[in-house]
Design a protein around this ligand. Sequence first.
Ligand SMILES: Nc1ncnc2c1ncn2[C@@H]1O[C@H](COP(=O)(O)OP(=O)(O)OP(=O)(O)O)[C@@H](O)[C@H]1O
Length: 250
Amino acid sequence: MSNCKHQHEDGQTHQLDVEGVCVSYRKNRVLEDISFSTRCGNCLALVGPNGAGKSTLLKAIAGLVKRSHGSIRWSGEDNMKCRGGEFAYLPQFEEVSWDFPITVRGVVEMGRYPQLGPWRKFGEQDSAAVNSALEMMEMDGELANRQINELSGGQKQRVFIARAVAQQAHVLLLDEPFTGLDRNHMANLARLLRMLAGENRLVIASHHDLNSAHEIFDEALLLNRTMIAQGPCASTLTEENLDRTFSKDN
Ligand SMILES: Nc1ncnc2c1ncn2[C@@H]1O[C@H](COP(=O)(O)OP(=O)(O)OP(=O)(O)O)[C@@H](O)[C@H]1O
């Protein structure tokens, strides 16, 4: 892993500030007045029912969908103006076109493109980041040369997690990263997320398994179109908050 600079020279920690964010698809408002702050070194779980707006919030932070109101700032800078590579985004499994002819290594190399920009060639540092990410997700060796359409569901998911890891971004935005993984790879991914937070990165992931949330994540954000609660898992994932979050149908 590279030494990303996660601290300003004055020692201030990087922080994500989301304030009053609303997002609509055409006229359908799916996120209403979302405000929270979190900082690097944290693992934050987005929890809420299907259709609550978890993916939309991740995409809004990544700058992939436009907000109609509010602001999203990373270290004080508007997220849409952040330079390439600050945010690594793992799309939900169903959103990826798996028929695209590309190898596992090719996908993971794509994680380096935001760092390269128009002038820099793919170099040793990039190869090292790709190899390390492939090893971490156990997609190295023979698997690295396979076409992605020849993989199992869990292997495909691991390739895209490896792509996000190879990017060595400050902020990892992961849409249901545990989907399709077997028990061992789930445990491996949980360790990886803890390691990334330990390197002072910010990890935000949508997550449906409330039993494992306490072990993996420091904080939870409960969402159902509006924000219900945010804070440390123990004080946020309470019966009362969960009832309020899951009582509204979408
Ligand atoms: N591209 C789109 N165009 C129109 N509506 C959309 C689009 N993407 C999502 N929606 C709608 O926005 C709402 C929130 O969807 P979103 O995918 O953000 O929820 P989610 O919490 O991630 O759900 P899940 O747990 O099922 O993945 C849903 O009502 C969904 O139908």
